[in-house]
Design a protein around this ligand. Structure first.
Ligand code: PMP
Length: 403
């Protein structure tokens, strides 16, 4: 017997499992459309030129060392990240109503925010609302922190567009003080974002129902190629007068995936409240990660503070988002040329790393077994896995499976 006899087996993580199966596949034509990471046109991971240069600068700094960071993280990162999210002329920043702490990427920012809210949400027992569907870790993170998690309607699975009426209805019916997780841009897994008008509707009902926005932004600059465009919703909510949290990841937009670099921001309506919040956020972070990771934090901080590196980064963002858009255009054009049954405009209407294709679990399984093309069973594909060498192959395979 073991003292751990009561330990049952946890269900496998579907996305991580997919990547294990892809790696084990020895077929030369295999295509990874499951991967949530950018790949260049040769299918290879890409170290951004801005990151390469920042690493060179850091390696030549004679005062460089591996000491612990302070509890707040790398100061150049946290101050730069706040400007990136809220805009450098943000009144919330000018009034010192924002607190920013470095986190273990987006996941860690969500986790610290979830734990802070578990203790301090204004309405005890108010649930956390996540979109249907959403990134699988959202439910796991908020349930682990002790919240009740509910869903709000998001995707119209027939038309593959935003179910704005369903969303508004669910938010209207949410209890006061509920927390609502919102994807700031490039919704994962659907690639469907609200329009500016729809964001206005969402803001209006959330203000009326006194709901608390918790933005998750993992694709700023990666979606449209513009940092400002991709932060539009967050800034609009600040203007609207919301107090809120924002979890920010530099995994995708700086390609710092494994370096685990991100920030958690809180916005309140007074400097004094923000000061008190900062002490509690620091306490939660100290008790979970003690201090953030230095390497990625310094790389991102170096890019944000140096105007030449920042300009290079803007070019890198363009390179990535343009290539993704080309793959969207290419896939749609090929499917339409092949006369593949159905409509394919949603591929170019959607934005960010993913497309919700409308393919079902059986079709995804068929693509894997017959064509060695790997995608999640909800029909989500990562456009980053496409390139000029495999686009035609993938389009023909989709054509076959749909017929
Ligand atoms: N939120 C969403 C919606 C995401 O897609 C991701 C990345 N898959 C994250 C958060 C955070 O990822 P990370 O912890 O790697 O920054």
């Amino acid at each position: 017997t073991s003292i751990f006899d009561n330990v049952t087996e946890a269900p496998p993580d579907k996305i991580l499992n997919l990547s294990v199966m892809y790696k084990a596949d020895t077929d030369a034509t295999k295509v990874d459309l499951g991967v949530g990471a950018y790949r260049d046109n040769n299918g290879k991971p890409w170290v951004l030129p801005a990151v390469k240069e920042a690493k060179r600068v850091l390696s030549e700094d004679p005062s460089g060392n591996h000491e612990y960071l302070g509890v707040g993280g790398v100061p150049e990162l946290t101050s730069g990240a706040a400007k990136l999210i809220f805009g450098k002329d943000s009144p919330a920043l000018a009034d010192s109503r924002v607190y920013t702490i470095q986190s273990i990427s987006g996941t860690g920012a969500l986790m610290v925010g979830a734990q802070f809210l578990a203790q301090f949400k204004p309405v005890k027992d108010a649930p956390v609302y996540i979109s249907d569907p959403t990134w699988a870790n959202h439910r796991a993170i908020f349930e682990t922190a002790g919240h009740t998690v509910k869903t709000y309607a998001y995707c119209d699975f027939e038309t593959l567009t935003l179910n704005i009426n369903g969303m508004i209805k669910d938010l209207k019916e949410a209890t006061e003080g509920s927390i609502v997780i919102l994807h700031a841009c490039a919704h994962n897994p659907t690639g469907i974002d609200p329009t500016h008008e729809q964001w206005e509707q969402i803001a209006s009902v959330m203000a009326e129902r006194k709901l608390i926005p918790f933005f998750d932004t993992a694709y700023q600059g990666f979606a449209t190629g513009s940092l400002d465009n991709d932060a539009w919703a967050i800034r609009r909510f600040v203007d609207y007068g919301f107090e809120m949290l924002v979890a920010e990841s530099f995994a995708k937009n700086m390609g710092l995936y494994g370096e685990r670099t991100g920030c958690l921001h809180t916005v309140s309506n007074s400097q004094e409240i923000t000061r008190r919040i900062s002490t509690q956020i620091n306490r939660v972070s100290r008790a979970t990660i003690s201090t953030a990771s230095a390497h990625g934090g310094k790389i991102a901080g170096t890019i944000l503070k140096d105007s030449n590196l920042f300009s290079q980064w803007l070019e890198d963002l363009k390179t990535m988002s343009d290539r993704i858009k080309e793959m969207r255009d290419g896939l749609r054009t090929l499917l339409e040329k092949l006369g593949t049954p159905g409509t394919w405009n949603h591929i170019t209407d959607q934005i960010g790393m993913f497309s919700f294709t409308g393919l079902n679990a059986t079709q995804a399984e068929y693509l894997k077994n017959k064509y060695h093309i790997y995608l999640t069973d909800n029909g989500r594909i990562s456009l980053a896995g496409l390139n000029t060498s495999n686009l035609d192959y993938v389009a023909r395979a989709i054509d076959d499976v749909v017929r």
